[in-house]
Design a binder for this molecule. Structure first.
Ligand SMILES: [Cu+2]
Length: 127
């Protein structure tokens, strides 16, 4: 009896979670861990994503550096969206930033280990 209940639950739960996800908004949700450093990065990344086709929404949380996207799976894919981030100069999960784009970023938007001067362009919180 117990086993049967488990089986039923195992089938029901993922289905319920899927419905909850799709009713939250348009398209699919995707979270990407980025190498963003500050509010300037946030603006740059959100803008780059807004121009990308198939993207409905993009929000970057500067605190945990996670970019949350809502996208149309028929028009784009997580791989493509990660590439866009890389071309903007940021790491996206396991894929690394395009070096040329990264070098073009203002000093304060680079990773702490690559910064040469403490520029006053943007503020970075102490971690
Ligand atoms: Cu920045």
């Amino acid at each position: 009896m117990k086993f049967r209940l488990m089986v039923i639950l195992a089938f029901l739960l993922p289905g319920m979670m899927a419905t909850a996800q799709t009713s939250a908004g348009k398209g699919l949700e995707l979270k990407i861990k980025t190498s963003a450093q500050c509010d300037m990065c946030k603006e740059r990344i959100e803008k780059a994503m807004a121009y990308e086709k198939g993207v409905y929404e993009s929000t970057l949380n500067v605190d945990d550096k996670v970019l949350t996207l809502r996208y149309n799976p028929k028009k784009t894919s997580p791989e493509k969206l990660r590439t866009v981030l890389n071309k903007t100069g940021y790491d996206a999960d396991e894929t690394k930033a395009d070096l040329k784009a990264y070098n073009k970023l203002p000093d304060c938007c680079k990773k702490p280990e690559d910064r040469h001067v403490h520029s006053d362009g943007c503020e970075h919180g102490h971690e």
